[in-house]
Design a protein around this ligand. Sequence first.
Ligand code: GLU
Length: 277
Amino acid sequence: MAATTRSVQLVSAQRLVVKIGSALLVDEVTGDIRSAWLETLIADIVRLFSRGQQVIIVTSGAVALGSGQFDGLGRPLRIKEKQTAAAIGQVRLMLAYEQSLKRHGFALGQMLLTGEDMGNQHRRHNAWSTLQQLLKIGAVPVINENDTTATAEICFGDNDRLAAQVAQMVNADLLVLLSNVDGLFTEDPHHNPLARLLTEVRCITPEIEAMAGHSHARHSSGGMVTKLMAARIAMNAGCGMLIARGTERYPLAAIENGAPSTWFVPFGKDRATREEH
Ligand code: GLU
């Protein structure tokens, strides 16, 4: 039953935003891109495009890749060093995506955005029209936060929320947050093996918020707290959201085949009646 439901959600979405966390893309030990895994993610995304769906990627990984490449940044990284790491790592990140997409005949369009851009009507409009053009010409939009200009106050290091803002901007039907856990648990599953996975959330109550623990992977910045913030934005925009484990190969196919996940039910707005920017 769950497999069928998730399958329908993924297959029926016309426009999806897929967010990839650093912990999936970057090997914690070597600091390198997990290229074999990335190939399978891109194969999944290409399959969705070939079904007529539009996919927008929001990816993390710049800071993790840059800091792995440059020891001179020192440890621990403060915001300034993280921004420097991002400037270096973003290049490697995009090259990896570009090479992989190119093998399937797809071009990549890089977009660097901030929460502040999303809150500014003019900049948001420009971002939206660029995205539309990219999709129109068949290029895959690959978005990351513009880490070098973002500040802590405007959410440095929060691609979960940025992905939800992008989903809202593009009127996406579905936002998929690929994580290193199966979804939202009643307690932190790293601490309590009896923690139970919630398969569906209709409303983000204080009780649900209390369940959001923190991620333990070295390269993750968000954890469940930012994922719930993302869920709130997406649900209010009428966009369904899935949190699922993305660590295995072909992560989107795995969701379609019934891998565990948490589904955040959108508040009842019909896509056709939503405003186009
Ligand atoms: N923009 C950051 C990066 O590319 C990651 C932010 C996040 O993981 O939320 O490393």
